[in-house]
Structures are given as structure tokens and as C-alpha cells.
Design a protein around this ligand. Structure first.
Ligand code: SF4
Length: 360
């Protein structure tokens, strides 16, 4: 952690950083992230240490109390690493995390207290559960570890299992391999809720489920959010699911934020060519629809050696000379809507650059 100052409750700006409100962030953030960086040393090289993978390369955002921030991008864009940094599964190289006005690592917010308030649900429902614990033992484990008596922890587990639609008398004594994938993910959600968190990070939490089960779990998540007053960070590669769940959307590309803003605005009228290409790549519900050409070609560049200038320029059909040499800032393009593209604001790009159709 880079910060040393200790913000007091209600002081929104992260230490050493800028106010998230200046970047279109919410006025009352539950979580504010400033300058988050994580580079991993890849394997290989002379002493087993290869070149550095820039997994997350300077990310600032905030999530308001009670909102859902959808996070999208291709594999390797940094969305899951960002989630793991927020959970402190991996420690950031740099950057501050401020939760409800308190800097993580300060006297006012230690890691244990933070971890109780921020919980995560992963994509792999089976790997997330201890195969030797029954369903009710898994859900009761966290409360017991935090000092609740065995009977009180079990009572809480049964209550939560009912809330997620699993009758404790029928499911409580089963092991993870004895229930379906959808039921296991309900157990994981109950387990995440057992410590009464305020922020839930859902990392591709419904991606491995059948479509019919996915819809049930999404509805359950929406109900639980209302019932418990939760805040969600919802990571998914499926833009239709993100559209259903999110108040705002953050689009990541190669370790940086490409675009962030209100979900309606971004999904209806994206201002970054990468967001537009992601949207155009979504399968159509029309069985006769055909794409004349793929909207997004090639793989993302290697995060070991990101392209200079705009990181998207190697795949962007609007790329101009300026894009190859100057990195675009995440600038406002509309109220509370930001995009990192030289051409996203009409008239602001290079004179030789074509006007983006979505910015017209
Ligand atoms: Fe494309 Fe240039 Fe915008 Fe990057 S800055 S997204 S290369 S138009």
C-alpha cells in the first residue's frame, strides 16, 4: 500500500490520490480505488524470473453504496486480478483502497475487519467449497471463525440457506459433490453472506451455470441485494447479464480502464471503439443474422509488452498516428461517463483522425 495518511470516515478522497468524484465516480463511495497496480513476474529467464506481466496497470474507480458496478473485458484484461487485489488474495504493488472512508491498512481499517465486510463469489462453485465440509458446515464456518458459538453459527447457516432457496433439512447435511452446480453456487452465495458483508464481488459467478439456472441465480442476487442493502461488483464477459445487473459499467482492456459510466449510456451508445466492438461481438438472438466482418479481430496484445500510445491501437479500425504515440487519458465524454480514446470527444482528436461514429 502506498498511502500513509489515514482518511477519516466520510472523507471520500483516497490518500495521495484524487477525488473519485472528479472522475465521474459516486459522491458517496463505499469503495474507492486509487492507482491500483499489480505486475507479476512470469516464469522463465535465467533465474526463473521472466519478464513482467502488467496485469493491472494503474486503475482508479469507485463504487457507490447500494450500486452494482459491472466490469467487462476479454480474458486477460485485468478484471479478475482487480477483484483479487480488492480481496487482498494478491497484494497490490501500488495503490490505495479506501472502504467507507477508511484507508485499508490504517488503524481505523485493518485487514480482518475489511475482509469481513468484503466477500467474493468465484466462478468455480466446486473448487470454492471444501469437499470435506457439508453444506451447513461450509456456511457456518466463517461465523464460527469470527467468534459465534457453534449453535448460533449453525442457526445463521440454516437461515441463509433458506434465503438462497435451499431447505436446510434437505441440503444442510449434503457434501458439495452431492448437489448440482446451481445449488453449489447458492451455497457459495450463502457462505459469502454469512459474515454480513457490505460489498460482494461476483467474479463470473453465473458463467458456468446453465441458462435457466443462471436466470434463477441472477434473480436471487437481485433480491438479496435489496433485502440486505448490498453493493455489488459484478464481473462478467456476458454483456447481456451485465446489462441486467448493473447501474454503471467499467470496461477494461490490457490492465487499464477503457470506459466507465452509466450502464444505459455505455451499452446503448459506447464512446470507446473497444466497448463498441465488444457489444457488436455479442451473439444475436436473430438466427438469420450474420456479421459481415468480425468487429474485434485478433487477440489482445501480450500484457508483458503493451503497445505504446493507446493500448487498443493494434486492433482499432479508427487508429490514427496520434494513437500510436500518445496514450489517451480517461476523459469525460458525457455526464459521469469517461472514455480513454483520443477521438471519443467530438473534435478533440487528431485532425487527421476519422470521427468515431459513436461520438458523432
Ligand atoms: Fe482507437 Fe485511437 Fe481511440 Fe485508441 S485512441 S481507441 S486507437 S481511436
Amino acid at each position: 500500500m502506498s498511502g500513509t495518511a489515514e482518511p477519516t470516515r466520510g472523507a471520500a478522497p483516497p490518500a495521495g490520490g484524487t477525488d473519485p468524484r472528479d472522475r465521474g465516480g459516486p459522491a458517496q463511495p463505499l469503495l474507492a480505488v486509487d492507482g491500483l497496480v499489480k505486475h507479476f513476474a512470469s516464469k522463465g529467464g535465467l533465474f526463473g524470473k521472466g519478464p513482467v506481466v502488467r496485469a493491472v496497470d494503474g486503475v482508479d474507480f469507485a463504487i457507490a453504496k447500494g450500486e452494482t458496478l459491472g466490469v467487462v473485458g476479454e480474458s486477460g484484461c485485468g478484471k479478475s486480478t482487480t477483484a483479487r487485489l480488492l480481496m487482498q488474495i494478491n497484494r497490490p504493488d501500488r495503490g490505495d483502497i479506501v472502504f467507507d472512508g477508511e484507508l485499508l491498512g490504517s488503524r481505523a481499517l485493518d485487514l480482518k475487519s475489511y475482509r469481513r465486510q468484503v466477500q467474493m463469489v468465484f466462478q468455480d462453485s466446486y473448487a470454492s467449497l471444501n469437499p470435506r465440509l457439508t453444506v451447513e458446515e461450509s456456511v457456518a464456518f466463517g461465523p464460527r471463525a469470527h467468534g459465534l458459538s457453534g449453535s448460533a453459527a449453525l442457526a445463521r447457516a440454516h437461515d441463509l440457506l433458506r434465503r438462497v432457496g435451499l431447505e436446510p433439512r434437505r441440503f444442510g447435511g449434503r457434501y458439495p459433490h452431492e448437489i448440482s452446480g446451481g445449488q453449489r453456487q447458492r451455497v457459495n452465495i450463502a457462505r459469502a453472506l454469512a459474515l454480513e458483508p457490505r460489498l460482494l464481488i461476483l467474479d463470473e459467478a453465473v458463467s458456468a451455470l446453465d441458462k435457466s439456472v443462471e436466470a434463477q441465480v441472477l434473480n436471487l442476487l437481485a433480491d438479496l441485494k435489496r433485502e440486505f442493502g448490498l453493493t455489488y461488483m459484478f464481473i462478467s464477459h456476458d454483456l447481456n447479464v451485465v446489462r441486467f445487473m448493473s447501474d454503471r459499467v467499467m470496461v477494461m482492456y490490457l490492465g487499464r480502464i477503457a470506459e466507465i459510466g452509466p450502464a444505459d449510456a455505455i451499452l446503448a451508445a459506447p464512446r470507446h471503439p473497444y466497448t463498441a466492438a465488444l457489444l457488436a461481438s455479442q451473439p444475436s438472438t436473430d438466427p438469420d443474422a450474420r456479421l459481415d466482418e468480425a468487429p474485434l479481430t485478433g487477440d489482445p496484445p501480450n500484457p508483458i509488452n503493451p503497445p505504446p500510445g493507446c493500448r487498443f491501437h493494434t486492433r482499432c479500425r479508427f487508429a490514427a498516428e496520434v494513437c500510436r504515440t500518445r496514450e489517451p487519458a480517461l476523459d469525460p465524454v458525457a455526464p459521469a461517463h469517461f472514455a480513454a480514446c483520443h477521438m471519443a470527444v467530438p473534435g478533440s482528436g487528431h485532425p487527421d483522425a476519422p470521427q468515431l461514429p459513436m461520438a458523432a
